[in-house]
Design a protein around this ligand. Structure first.
Ligand SMILES: Nc1nc2c(ncn2[C@@H]2O[C@H](COP(=O)(O)OP(=O)(O)O)[C@@H](O)[C@H]2O)c(=O)[nH]1
Ligand SMILES: [Mg+2]
Length: 330
């Protein structure tokens, strides 16, 4: 194999994570320039720089020039996108390798950059990409301990890496399952399936406005001798204790939830009024109005859940984020 010919490979496990990292190396830097230009229909990128680009006809994503002879293309992680990117690279005379010739990120410009790339590969949420890319520069510019707000924000931003649990509760027939179905029908709420992580899951992984959450649709908590139902109920109770956000559903044609609750989820309780097509919420009612049946308010609900967990200020913040445990020690 000639080192003159660019070689490419998939550096992240197939089908995992919000993004995939495809690496290409070549001893001739002008070949790397040529590939970036051909793939993104835009100018090459200097060593040490990242840029958000469109991989023409395939996807958008990040291009990181980690060395004169080394580039990383980071599209979304779906296998179809990765396959098309590999095909395009092959057509641009990249020799495609099945196994990565190296692991880790030895050519990252500094340790924070290496941690960032590692975290990027594990992040569940597409919305993690931009804030993560901004972090190495922030850590270079500023040292010292994080202030209280940066600490709290770090905890919220971490939800972009590890999906938080959102448990949907409410009396029978309030429309809990209909709401999940409505979210699933919304093209934007892509179900994210990550092999290997499903074993102890009882929820559905949904992409809500860029944030991937584990949505748990709770069954009625009634006494029953049915073993399968009992197992489902006890899993749902555990999910309630783990939930970062509770979504409590009420509707005009059902009695409100009477079960006493001692849960204090970190992101609080989002109260919803469902079935607005039957009867809108009364004047002054602050519950979030939706109709799972007609779809009214479903897109807004996805955005509201995302903002309760990671708000717009968090995403646009110019502060530091402890996105990796090793950063505690720095
Ligand atoms: N009119 C109307 N009916 C709804 C709406 N959402 C759910 N339903 C109906 O309410 C009933 C109970 O819904 P379901 O999702 O099974 O409730 P769950 O027990 O809370 O999961 C079903 O007949 C649904 O079709 C809505 O927005 N409008
Ligand atoms: Mg149900």
């Amino acid at each position: 194999m000639s080192a003159d010919q660019p070689r490419g490979w998939l550096a992240t496990p197939p089908g995992r994570g919000a993004i995939a990292i495809v690496e290409v190396v070549c001893d001739r830097p002008q070949e790397i320039d040529r590939l970036i230009e051909a793939l993104t229909n835009a100018s090459p990128i200097e060593t040490g720089r990242c840029a958000h680009r469109t991989f023409v006809g395939i996807d958008d994503g990040v291009v990181a020039r980690v060395g004169p002879d080394h580039v990383q293309f980071m599209p979304h992680g779906g296998p179809g996108i990765v396959r098309r990117l590999a095909e395009r690279l092959r057509s641009l005379s990249v020799q495609w390798c099945d196994a990565p010739p190296q692991t880790g990120f030895p050519e990252a410009t500094d340790p924070t950059e290496a941690l960032m790339l590692d975290t990027l590969a594990r992040a569940a949420s597409p919305a993690a990409i931009e804030p993560l890319l901004a972090q190495p520069a922030r850590w270079r510019e500023r040292g010292g301990p994080l202030d209280a707000e940066e600490q709290r924000r770090s905890e919220r931003l971490q939800r972009l890496i590890d999906p938080p649990t959102v448990a949907c509760i409410g009396p029978p027939n309030a429309g809990k399952s209909a709401i999940l179905n409505a979210l699933l029908r919304d093209r934007r709420a892509i179900v994210s399936d990550r092999p290997g992580t499903t074993r102890d899951r009882i929820g559905v992984r949904l992409d809500l406005d860029g944030l991937v959450v584990e949505w748990v649709d709770t069954p009625g908590f009634r006494e029953t001798n049915d073993l399968i139902e009992r197992t489902a109920i006890s899993s749902a109770r555990a999910a309630l204790r783990d939930a970062t956000l509770l979504v409590e559903v009420a509707a005009p044609d059902v009695e409100p939830l009477s079960e006493p609750r001692e849960l204090t989820p970190a992101a609080g309780i989002l109260r919803i009024w469902n079935k607005t097509d039957l009867s809108p919420p009364s004047e002054g009612d602050r519950r979030f109005p939706i109709s799972a049946e007609t779809g009214v308010g479903i897109v807004e609900l996805a955005r509201e859940v995302r903002s309760r967990l990671v708000n717009a200020d968090d995403l646009a913040s110019s502060g530091r984020w402890i996105f990796h445990p090793s950063l505690h020690e720095s």
